[in-house]
Design a protein around this ligand. Structure first.
Ligand code: ADP
Ligand code: MG
Length: 333
């Protein structure tokens, strides 16, 4: 299903402007992530798409061209997965998945067939008759997805579905979630405040800030060509370099850097992976701290710019705290 959103805004009673007029188009089968800090309006946008929240007047919401703005939630055929999963703990997997279908009063045989189908799709055969309380976090996630998918929704809306899990499990499950969504072939919107998660799961990421979409694009485009300082910082933790930009040079307290393109009127940022300890480098810095992280060292450098700059350094050895080092940053970076 294609989704078209035009002019979606939301002002809550009391005056909180949770969403400023926002437009977005999502292609059929596309997985888009809404990424942004807490309070930026992600859940509000999702709830407006679902029909759980009314947008301010003038909004347009189209599912495959059809105007659904006036349709109530149950007529929009959206599937939803929340952080808590909201599964019934004492009910077996099969009952949880079939619950919504039963509410829709589908014939028993059809419910059984659909439940079996999604159980197979989500590789839950071995757990079908277990109560939810006896499942692992990963298995619960699959049940929540299966339940949302069983009624054949037109779109799946997922609101921070991984955020209740511990860090290791989150990382493990995001790959599984991405694979399942692609297997479903369904259009999906995935809300998260975690940049890595958004990048790992989505075809395109919409970075949100203060009720608006700051930038939307593929993970690569956002990472390599951020359009605002906010996006640069939020996606990939770019550090501001400060200094003074003159045509194609950047003048910093620690030296002068070449820039790949004229950048008058812009701000320079750099990511830690692009800051190199390099005896031939044009910048001079003092090593403040060195942290060994297994695959690389994280080195904090002072003197290049106003704030300390982080460098990721791979190699068998690293400079020592207090040493003076030369540093380079490639013009493209
Ligand atoms: P996010 O999901 O990105 O954390 P939300 O969409 O939940 O953000 O909230 C966006 C803003 O709208 C916040 O400032 C929040 O406090 C406010 N907000 C959300 N729901 C309501 C509501 N029902 N009434 C008043 N303000 C709300
Ligand atoms: Mg939210």
């Amino acid at each position: 299903m294609t989704l078209i959103l035009k002019n979606i805004a939301k002002t809550f009673p009391g005056g909180t402007r949770a969403l400023l007029p926002t437009s977005l188009e999502i292609a059929g089968g596309e997985i888009v992530s809404l990424l942004g800090p807490s309070g930026c309006g992600k859940t509000t946008l999702l709830r407006i798409i679902a029909g759980l929240q009314t947008p301010d007047p003038g909004a347009e919401i189209r599912f495959d061209g059809e105007d659904v703005a006036a349709l109530p939630v149950e007529k929009r055929k959206v599937g939803m997965v929340f952080q808590s999963y909201a599964l019934f703990p004492n009910m077996p997997v099969r009952g949880n998945i079939g619950y919504g279908l039963k509410m829709q009063r589908l014939p028993k045989a059809e419910i059984a067939a659909r439940v079996d189908e999604v159980i197979a799709l989500c590789r839950l055969e071995a757990y079908a008759d277990r109560p939810i309380g006896a499942l692992s976090g990963g298995q619960r996630q699959r049940v929540a997805l299966a339940r949302a998918f069983a009624p054949r929704p037109r779109i799946l809306l997922l609101d921070e579905p991984l955020s209740a899990l511990d860090a290791a499990l989150r990382t493990e499950l995001r790959g599984e979630l991405a694979a399942l969504l692609r297997q479903f072939g369904i259009t999906a919107i995935f809300v998260t405040h975690d940049q890595d998660e958004a990048m790992a799961i989505a075809d395109r990421v919409a970075v949100m800030s203060h009720g608006r979409v700051a930038q939307i694009g593929t993970p690569e485009a956002l990472y390599r060509k951020p359009e605002t300082a906010f996006v640069a910082r939020f996606v990939g933790n770019a550090m501001p370099l400060g200094g003074r930009i003159g045509k194609d040079r950047l003048y910093l307290p620690g030296g002068v850097l070449a820039l790949a393109a004229p950048a008058d009127g812009k701000q320079a940022f750099v990511r830690a992976e692009d800051v190199r300890i390099d005896p031939e480098g044009p910048l001079t810095a003092r090593v403040e701290t060195v942290t060994f992280l297994g695959t690389h060292y994280r080195i904090v450098l002072s003197g290049i710019t106003k704030d300390p700059l982080h460098a990721l350094h791979s190699g068998l050895s690293a400079p020592k705290t207090g040493e003076t080092v030369k540093v380079s940053i490639a013009p493209e970076a």
